[in-house]
Design a protein around this ligand. Structure first.
Ligand SMILES: [Zn+2]
Length: 210
């Protein structure tokens, strides 16, 4: 054997692996019965875990339910509080955010299921941005905020909760509304109920929408 191989760490590894194999073989020989038992026990556990878990059924059902798109569902239905959809144009719609960051937090959404702005046909793109203007006018009229956040998270990595269906967020803001409470508790005190928000926007659109 070459001198340089003697100190080769890889060679040492090979030796130790070989000895390990020998050890395993001898232990199998000495306790063949227990190895068989262990393997059938493992199979039983697997079968139990994979096939017979009725408690997982509810989870799978819930998963299936949540995979249908809430925005597409709202687009299919007439306006009502259940879907939180408060106004529709030809190609777009305005919904309340179910978990608002602030009072009056709404979403401006195309009716077609698209996850990328550039995928929207031109007519739908124009309609969506007309809706954004209408939503801003409504928000300013109803809430007189001192500022607004308008944002679109395109893609999950950008923070989109429903990345497959585009939606603008529009959030009215007031000086000092971001106090220490949401910072320490990740919770925001919203001063009105969703029902109240829905009625305010509904009344506005009934009177002012084209
Ligand atoms: Zn959708």
């Amino acid at each position: 054997m070459s001198e340089w191989l003697k100190g080769d760490p890889l060679r040492k590894k090979k030796v130790s692996r070989a000895s390990l194999k020998n050890q395993k073989t001898s232990s199998k020989k000495s306790s063949g019965q227990s190895v068989k038992k262990a393997s059938s026990a493992t199979t039983a556990t697997l079968v139990k875990k994979v096939l017979f878990r009725p408690d997982r059924y509810q989870y799978v059902r819930d998963k299936k339910k949540s995979s249908s798109c809430v925005f597409c569902e709202a687009a299919r239905q007439d306006l009502h509080f259940e879907t939180l959809c408060v106004y529709k144009s030809t190609h777009s719609m305005i919904l309340l955010n179910k978990f608002p960051y602030n009072s009056g937090h709404i979403l401006i959404v195309p009716q077609s299921h698209q996850g990328h702005l550039l995928s929207l046909p031109e007519v739908e793109y124009q309609d969506l941005h007309q809706m954004l203007k209408l939503a801003l006018a409504a928000t300013e009229s109803i809430y007189s905020p001192s500022a607004v956040n308008i944002g679109l998270n395109q893609g999950r990595a950008a923070g989109a909760g429903l990345p497959d269906h585009l939606h603008y967020h529009l959030i009215p803001r007031w000086e000092g509304d971001l106090n220490f409470f949401p910072l320490i508790a990740e919770t925001k005190a919203v001063v009105e109920t969703l029902e109240q928000t829905y009625k305010k926007f509904r009344d506005y659109f009934l009177e002012n929408a084209p």
